[in-house]
Design a protein around this ligand. Structure first.
Ligand code: GLU
Length: 282
């Protein structure tokens, strides 16, 4: 229901959805995913995709193992893989007549006022032009170490600066369970979270995601940013075909509810950046 009511939606795709363990591109999945995006666009929703996968696809092309890569090498691999990644999106989405563009951001871009306002305007212009922006972290120039899960945080920042109503984190986990489902059978999927309290933090550090135990932490960090941005967020399993349609129909995911309205979030952001009067161009 939250997704259905949202007008501006950010969808984050983890690498494991685009490329399987045997390093094969999950082409059928992406083709079906493009149908999900087309459906949302037909409903006049504005969509931003945050996609990981540059390093994974770069490794595939170069026949390298992602796990043994040193930081400077992985930055070069990301640069090689990013173009492959976008080619893949372009080829697949063109068949559904979806226009795409690429935006590479660093976390700094989203945390500094001028740069984040600039990024916001770029998103708005792209929506007006009828393009779907596809964002990734600018891994090749980022000065901080590339860590898996960074894109969860990046996606929440993108949701914040673009004023999105909803962020969907698609990965290979169903959401947050009361206990680790891989270790315990007696578990329940938590459907709705209003407060990220100590218990939720504890559960999340014991949970598993695509990046192993503790991989849920970056998703919880993302949820905290969303809660203060007036943005709904969900963690959902994207491995199935048509994952967005599945969330809308079955709602089998974990939702984090915002703590403040989008308007209050914007006022807070203005205060943080010291903006007293909004100008059309900064
Ligand atoms: N930006 C990285 C890539 O495209 C992935 C980072 C992440 O998965 O969080 O390969």
């Amino acid at each position: 229901m939250y997704l259905k009511n949202s007008k501006k939606i950010v969808i984050k795709i983890g690498s494991s959805l685009l490329i399987d363990n045997d390093k094969n591109i999950r082409q059928k999945w992406l083709t079906e995913f493009s149908k999900d995006i087309k459906d949302l666009l037909i409903q006049n929703k504005k969509i931003i995709i945050v996609s990981s996968g540059a390093i994974a696809i770069g490794c595939k092309k170069l026949n390298l193992n992602k796990r043994n890569l040193k930081i400077d090498k992985s930055q070069a691999v990301a640069s090689i893989g990013q173009i492959q990644l976008m080619n893949l999106f372009n080829k697949t989405f063109a068949k559904k007549r979806i226009n795409i563009s690429q935006i590479l951001l660093t976390l700094d871009d989203t945390e500094q006022r001028r740069r984040s306002l600039n990024a916001k305007r770029t998103f708005e212009n792209l929506f007006e032009l009828g393009f779907v922006p596809i964002v990734n972290e600018n891994d090749s120039t980022a000065t901080t170490e590339i860590k898996y899960g960074d894109n969860d945080r990046l996606a929440s920042r993108v949701a914040q600066i673009s004023g999105a109503d909803c962020l969907v984190l698609l990965s290979d986990v169903d959401g947050l369970y009361t206990k680790n489902p891989k270790k315990d059978k007696n578990v329940k999927l938590i459907k709705k979270i209003k407060n990220i309290d100590k218990e939720i933090e504890r559960i999340s550090t014991n949970s598993t995601s695509e990046h192993g135990t503790g991989g849920m932490k970056t998703k919880i960090d993302a949820a905290k940013i969303c809660q203060l941005s007036g943005c709904f967020m969900c963690i959902a399993n994207g491995l199935s075909i048509r994952p967005i349609q599945k969330i809308i129909k079955k709602n089998d995911c974990t939702w984090f509810l915002p703590k403040i309205s989008k308007l209050d979030a914007r006022k807070k952001m203005d205060n943080r950046f010291g903006i007293t009067k909004r100008r059309t161009y900064d």
